[in-house]
Design a protein around this ligand. Structure first.
Ligand code: GLU
Length: 478
């Protein structure tokens, strides 16, 4: 049952390509809602016409969907609510809780300059506060009559109490002289109309929250709970940005990251449950609480994210990993639909790589040899591996393969064949496997040799062994 006592929202501004760290706020809001059986709502804060772009909005929605942070109700677009914002501004004017300010930009600039020169904080001097200006066609902006006594308090479940004297709070502009509402005002009206109970945002918004509390109180709205998350820093301790290689969520997808790994990593970036590092989405929903959020900044560590991704790859059942890999490989165009048809083959890929990779991309790297029919043997390695005495054993293996063409042999069959040949030719596994590996994959690193054989199938194995035998004859030796 959805509870109305937990209505939380993610309110991104589509003014830039969001990087992975930006979604931590979304996640904490999401987890808080789901943990409490509440609603997770989405509001697109697109009032900045110049900077808001459809492509950024798409990136935000796609990222949320891909990460599995499904939202409730239709997304709200702030830009479509301007009339409602103005209506509430008028209500404040009528009640004498806000006023029309006719100060020109020139006057305000001069005032600011004067205050700065005197070493004071720049603040409106209240020139129009009690002037009682009517709406007679003279341009004006709407300002809040901020109380001058007392103080404003926020009980933040993460930071603790924050208190500021009202004397330090400006008479905030609510509506500009061109009739457009100011961000902090629009946010309050929207959060109230959306019946938001908890506002979780980055602590760079703390100053906004203080102004918003004033606005809430003047409008006579009940305050939601405000919680501020500490910043995410790059490894150089500067605020996380693209400069640190923090790319968008969808770019991580293209690099072969799993959504559950990104979710797990972001959850741990500022929240914890003992020493536990790996969490499923279900566990996060069960365990998340604002009380367990950290007060201090978190450092984004791409290597740890990579490690967590590798662990989540291992946790996926083979068939599921196979499906994810196919989806990934098709999207990237590294495999064709035809190449992915054989589910058993795909599962074989997943099961022989899952313990050794950190991303889906690395799975492809490990098995790319299957799809490459021609390669140049590296000179030094082939001189070392393709020694004449070893190649006689390789030839035996090629005959064995030809004798069994069309059959599917088990690991054990291959192992026995290897043993027999090694005994007969009196060579060690290490040398034999090295030559076979190089012959079959063109490289001396690959998945275990019997997996390589299984992935290629008898026909390709025979073909590649013969190619290597022919090639070995061309190696000049002293
Ligand atoms: N739109 C703001 C941002 O993207 C968030 C506002 C909020 O959480 O209230 O930073």
């Amino acid at each position: 049952m959805a509870s109305d006592s937990f209505r939380v929202r993610f309110a991104p501004s589509p003014t830039g390509n969001p990087h992975v760290g930006n979604f931590r706020t979304a996640l904490y809001n999401y987890l808080l809602a789901r943990h409490n059986g509440g609603q997770f709502l989405l509001r697109i804060e697109d009032t900045d016409k110049e900077r808001s772009k459809k492509e950024y909005e798409t990136a935000i929605l796609d990222s949320l969907r891909w990460m599995g942070m499904e939202w409730d109700e239709e997304p709200v677009y702030q830009s479509q609510r301007i009339e409602r914002h103005k209506e509430e501004a008028l209500r404040l004017l009528d009640a004498g809780l806000a006023y029309r300010c006719r100060c020109t930009p020139e006057r305000l600039d001069a005032l600011r300059q004067e205050q700065q020169d005197a070493g004071k904080t720049a603040m409106y001097d209240g020139c129009c506060r009690d002037a009682g200006h009517a709406d007679d066609g003279t341009p004006y902006c709407v300002r809040l009559k901020t109380p001058q006594d007392g103080c404003t308090k926020i009980n933040d479940p993460i930071r603790g109490d924050v208190e500021i004297s009202n004397r330090e709070i400006d008479d905030i502009i609510l509506v500009r002289s061109d009739g457009t509402p100011i961000y902090n005002f629009a946010v309050v009206v929207d959060d109230h109309d959306m019946k938001i109970t908890h506002v979780i945002r980055g602590d760079d918004h703390l100053n906004n929250t203080i102004k918003q509390v004033q606005i809430y109180q003047s409008l006579g709205y009940d305050l939601p709970i405000f919680a501020h998350l500490p910043q995410i820093l790059g490894q150089d301790k500067a605020r996380l940005s693209k400069r640190h290689g923090a790319t968008g969520v969808m770019e991580y997808r293209e690099q072969g990251y799993l959504p559950e790994a990104i979710m797990n990593y972001l959850a741990r970036l500022g929240w914890g449950h003992g020493d536990q590092e790996l969490f499923s989405k279900q566990e996060l929903v069960e365990l998340f609480s604002l009380d367990a959020c950290n007060k201090s900044a978190a450092v984004f560590d791409p290597q740890k994210l990579e490690w967590i991704n590798g662990e989540h790859i291992k946790l996926l059942p083979v068939e599921e990993l196979g499906r994810r890999f196919v989806e990934f490989a098709l999207a990237k165009g590294i495999l064709t639909r035809d190449q992915c048809q054989d589910v058993e083959f795909v599962n074989q890929i997943a099961s022989c790589t899952r313990e050794r990779v950190r991303t889906l991309d690395e799975i492809y790297e490990k098995i790319a040899f299957v799809y490459q029919d021609e390669y140049v043997y590296p000179e030094k390695e082939s001189r070392k591996a393709f020694k004449p005495e070893v190649m006689t054993a390789v030839a035996d293996l090629s005959s064995f393969t030809a004798d069994h063409s069309g059959e599917t042999l088990s690991h054990e069959d291959w192992e026995n064949a290897f043993k027999e040949i090694m005994e007969k030719r009196d060579i060690k596994m290490r040398l034999f496997a090295q030559a076979v590996r190089l012959a079959l994959t063109g490289s001396n690193v690959s998945p275990p040799i019997f997996d390589v054989i299984g992935l290629l199938g008898n026909e390709k194995v025979a073909q590649r062994l013969n190619d290597a035998i022919e090639f070995a004859k061309t190696i000049e030796r002293d």
